[in-house]
Design a protein around this ligand. Structure first.
Ligand SMILES: [Fe+2]
Ligand SMILES: [Fe+2]
Length: 175
């Protein structure tokens, strides 16, 4: 009789690899957001510091969701090494520009994963990543909306103070 357990995994090797890469991307996002939180705190932007701390937490959850999925499907999740985490940022605005760039990068990554799922006909993983793709709509929307505030409110005078105060109120409502 064939030993089914010795087949070890039902997860395609390429998919396991790309998902582990995404675990790393999410861990990196989490670390970058934590760095942004610290910078904002240091600069006196308390609401933004809180916003980025919450983002850092969410990214860690994204990482764990992927991590557990890999193991649950019989693959081997790899605890990622996180490098290249910035400490300093050019300006208040540049922090949010970087945040949007990071989210756009993540969306592109998930599109790549979706493409690979189709290639190897792994529709289970394809279905699993739908949650992440939907989540990216919100992540990008909020990042863009915050950047718009820099233009609408302006940074002159008490502008940055005003922008910071509004950060926690920026939410996405699909309805
Ligand atoms: Fe994420
Ligand atoms: Fe994100």
């Amino acid at each position: 009789m064939k030993d089914l357990l010795s087949l070890k995994t039902s997860l395609n090797e390429e998919i396991e690899k790309i998902l582990n890469e995404q675990v790393k991307v999410e861990a990196h996002s989490s670390a970058i957001y934590l760095a942004m939180s610290s910078w904002c705190d240091d600069q006196g932007f308390d609401f933004s510091a809180g916003y980025f701390a919450k983002q850092a937490d969410e990214e860690r959850h994204h990482m764990l969701k992927l991590f557990n999925y890999i193991n649950d499907r019989g693959g081997k999740a790899i605890s990622p090494e996180v490098v290249n985490v910035p400490k300093d940022f050019e300006s208040f605005r540049s922090v949010f520009e970087l945040a949007l760039e990071q989210e756009m990068h993540v969306t592109a990554q998930f599109n790549n994963i979706a493409e690979k799922c189709f290639k190897v006909k792994d529709f289970v993983t394809f279905q699993f990543i739908q949650w992440f793709l939907a989540e990216q709509i919100e992540e990008e929307y909020v990042a863009r909306r915050i950047l718009e505030m820099f233009d609408v409110i302006g940074e002159e005078g008490t502008g940055r103070w005003e922008i910071d105060k509004h950060i926690p109120k920026v939410t996405y409502n699909a309805e």
